[in-house]
Ligand binder design. Structure first.
Ligand code: ZN
Ligand code: ZN
Ligand code: FE
Length: 757
């Protein structure tokens, strides 16, 4: 009996070899009909013997293409047609844009085989790809995903490529970026003045790197700055020119074995390193690490990753490992095209390895760390964006503007939240060009017109000003730490209420002070500040953040009075006596000294008290040093106090600070004090969460905020909560830092919208 069905497939089904797979299965089962991309996904009609039609459906469901994700498959029986063979039809642009757009995919093993096969026609061709691999998000101008809508539209396929592209059953059948050395993009090597150099550009680039040069290398989502990771002078030069004195640099290795030779890596870390997203994975360096300490001077960790574009494979085959850090000036967006190259070429990079396949949108490398067998993001960008995160809420489209540091924004469609790629730190310049340009681009790409704008309550955030200046849309202000907690609730599909522990550097509080050591009772709609770290003066604001010894002085002055001076003179060696006089005046007279309950500042201050407080060149530096020092088994804790003031529980670490300054005098080891400090923070939070859990009958605890990038703290907290019989949730799909707050803002806005309906 002949049967014809129509199937509408939704999910991530474009750009992942879906139609060719449908074609192969249909022809295998001798079915006729067609398949085509639509704005909503993929539509197919198949006709043939009923048993074969069923077999086809079963095969498609059980063995979809490796990078596809079928979210919905709607099948209906329709009248039989006249067609006798199976075809792939041109795309149809209609309906709503609901198709899941694929992220960029690392080169697959089949293509790698061809790349290094001297008999293959694509031998050493740096832009090899197929239906299972290659750039997507950074290449697509608009959906549906067809060559004409990508930056490959400038290249006309040669006969051989065209044959593959149109030959059903070929690995490159309908592979949109298909190319070869005859018809596709090419590399060039430029000198500091932008003049093209002769010879094989990749070999010549490797030669320059060997000599210690710093190169700009055009990749998938932007440029990298590269240098030989073994070459201490080259690494120093790169750091100096990029004005990045100490923050860890990511290192790309030719293969997994090379990483295993110098780092301790676990099976979960290997899985992450080899995943098609190819993120930077932060792992432990081995004790006898053979490369310069300078790569990550503040920590025993190192961010490592594997080549993901064919160009990387060819370059790394010549020289490995390479420092591969974002191609930008500090705090500026990653450079993506030849026009912007002048920002880094000449000044930072000696030469540039470029190519002529345009990058449509910037996308930095993603960074993650495995904690308790689960990957936790530090930055969620290339390889993951624009995969949606499913919310337990739905409603009109929301644009959540994010924060000011490590900015990402988020746009929703029904219950799907699309967290943007890493935008970075907003300042007057980037906020206006880059941030707004990216929001516009992202909404256009996803075909969304947000009706609600969610933003941080901080009046001076540029993201807040952007939201408030927008001409249309309902505006919803969301408190910073509520957003942190809501983000974790959202990704774990919790509706609340929860006990939320938000530990971070800075966030605008409802009372106008700076919050950051917060314990909330929260659901999506609202929160109650049930407790917080005791507040201290932040003398000079930014100044105290950049110079942790100033913060240490503020804590000590509050806790020990005149003893602080004597002690500071001996141990806070970067503070002069006039600095101390000035600090004292600022704190006492409350001059430019806002109050803060920030956990980030507590970590800074304790780092400074333990002698790690020279001025910091990047956010979190002192805390990273403190965590690194805390490699000790000791499980003892210092004294602390939890005191009910009004309706809030105040956690004071005053007794701990008094004890630590005595132990410094007694020359107790820094490792012991650093570890005991971590234990104490965990013990205090554990006690308070337990108390709130009993009082409020809430068993769920959510951890969030940038301080939880400290994986020692995160692991200790997870254990403590579980030991106390509490259910603990922490950020997995979005980073704990401010790169995750847009997700929480979106969830809060949807929840509040529902109440207002
Ligand atoms: Zn491939
Ligand atoms: Zn070709
Ligand atoms: Fe934050």
């Amino acid at each position: 009996m002949v049967k014809r069905i129509r199937a509408d497939v939704r999910g991530r089904v474009q750009g992942v070899g879906f139609r060719p797979t449908v074609y192969r299965y249909a022809t295998h089962w001798q079915l006729s009909g067609f398949v085509r991309n639509t704005a909503a996904g993929v539509t197919l009609e198949i006709q043939g013997e009923a048993g074969k039609v069923a077999a086809f459906i079963k095969e498609l469901k059980t063995a979809p293409p490796p990078n596809a994700k079928i979210e919905a498959l709607q099948i209906q029986e329709i009248a039989a047609g006249e067609d006798t063979d199976f075809v792939i039809m041109a795309s149809q642009r209609s309906g709503t844009m609901e198709t899941g757009m694929p992220p960029d995919l690392a080169m697959c093993p089949d293509c790698e085989g061809e790349l290094f096969d001297s008999q293959d026609r694509r031998y050493q061709y740096p832009f090899i790809n197929c239906t299972n691999c290659g750039p997507r998000f950074t290449l697509i101008q608009s959906l549906p995903y067809d060559r004409g809508h990508t930056s490959m539209n400038a290249f006309t396929m040669c006969e051989a490529c065209q044959r593959e592209y149109t030959q059903p059953g070929d690995r490159r059948f309908d592979a949109q970026p298909n190319a070869c050395s005859v018809c596709g993009p090419h590399c060039r090597l430029l000198d500091a003045n932008g003049k093209e150099q002769s010879g094989n550009p990749i070999l010549a680039a490797a030669g320059l790197l060997q000599q210690g040069a710093v190169l700009a290398v055009k990749g998938i989502g932007g440029y990298h700055l590269a240098c030989d990771a073994k070459h201490e002078e080259a690494v120093k030069t790169l750091r100096l020119r990029k004005n990045r004195p100490a923050k860890a640099l990511a290192v790309m290795f030719a293969n997994l074995e090379a990483i295993q030779a110098c780092c301790e890596i676990t099976p979960k870390e290997i899985e992450a390193l080899l995943s098609p997203a190819r993120p930077i994975v932060v792992v432990k360096r081995k004790k006898n690490f053979p490369f310069p300490e300078l790569l990550s001077p503040d920590t025993n960790d190192l961010g490592v990753f594997l080549p993901y574009s064919p160009l990387h494979h060819l370059l790394l085959a010549q020289i490995s490992p390479l420092v591969m850090t974002s191609g930008n000036r500090a705090e500026e967006p990653i450079v993506k095209d030849e026009k912007e190259l002048s920002q880094i070429l000449g000044d930072i990079a000696d030469d540039a390895l470029v190519h002529n396949r345009p990058i449509v949108r910037r996308c930095d490398d993603s960074v993650l760390k495995i904690v308790e067998q689960v990957p936790v993001f530090i930055r969620r960008s290339r390889g993951f964006v624009p995969n949606p995160i499913v919310l337990p809420l739905s409603g009109p489209s929301v644009l959540a503007c994010g924060g000011d540091l490590k900015n990402t924004f988020c746009v929703t469609r029904k219950s799907q939240a699309y967290l943007s790629q890493h935008v970075g730190d907003l300042n007057e310049k980037t906020a206006h060009d880059f941030y707004q340009e990216q929001i516009h681009d992202f909404c256009k790409l996803l075909d969304l017109q947000p009706e609600i704008l969610a933003y941080d309550t901080h009046p001076d955030y540029l993201s807040t000003r952007f939201a408030l200046q927008a001409a249309t849309g309902e505006k919803v202000a969301v408190q910073h730490h509520h957003a942190h907690i809501a983000a974790v609730m959202a990704e774990h599909q919790l509706s609340g209420p929860v006990i939320g522990v938000a530990l971070d550097g800075t966030g605008y509080g409802d009372d106008g002070t700076i919050w950051g050591g917060e314990i909330f009772l929260a659901d999506f709609k609202q929160y109650q500040r049930a407790g917080h770290f005791k507040s201290y003066a932040l003398p000079g604001g930014e100044q105290a953040i950049r110079h942790p010894e100033r913060m240490a002085y503020s804590y000590l002055w509050a806790e020990t009075g005149s003893e602080a001076d004597e002690w500071a003179q001996a141990y806070l060696t970067h503070l002069s006596s006039s600095d101390r006089v000035l600090l004292k005046q600022m704190i006492e007279k409350k001059i430019r000294s806002p109050q803060t309950s920030s956990a980030g500042r507590l970590f800074d201050a304790v780092a400074a008290i333990l002698g790690m407080g020279e001025s910091v060149s990047y956010e979190g530096q002192a805390a990273i040093r403190l965590q690194t020092a805390a490699e000790h088994e000791i499980s003892e804790v210092y004294d602390y106090q939890i005191e009910l003031q009004g309706n809030r529980e105040i956690i004071s670490f005053g007794p701990m600070l008094q004890r630590i300054i005595r132990e410094r005098k007694e020359k107790v080891s820094i490792e012991v004090m650093a570890k005991k400090f971590h234990n104490t923070v965990v013990a205090a939070l554990g006690e308070l969460c337990q108390k709130l859990s009993l009082r409020e009958k809430i068993n769920r605890v959510v951890l969030s905020g940038g301080v939880f990038q400290n994986d020692l703290l995160l692991r200790l907290m997870i254990k403590k909560m579980r030991d106390q019989g509490l259910e603990v949730y922490y950020p997995v799909q979005a980073p704990p830092n401010d790169g995750g707050i847009a997700l929480g803002q979106a969830a809060v806005a949807l929840a509040r919208y529902r109440t207002n309906e």
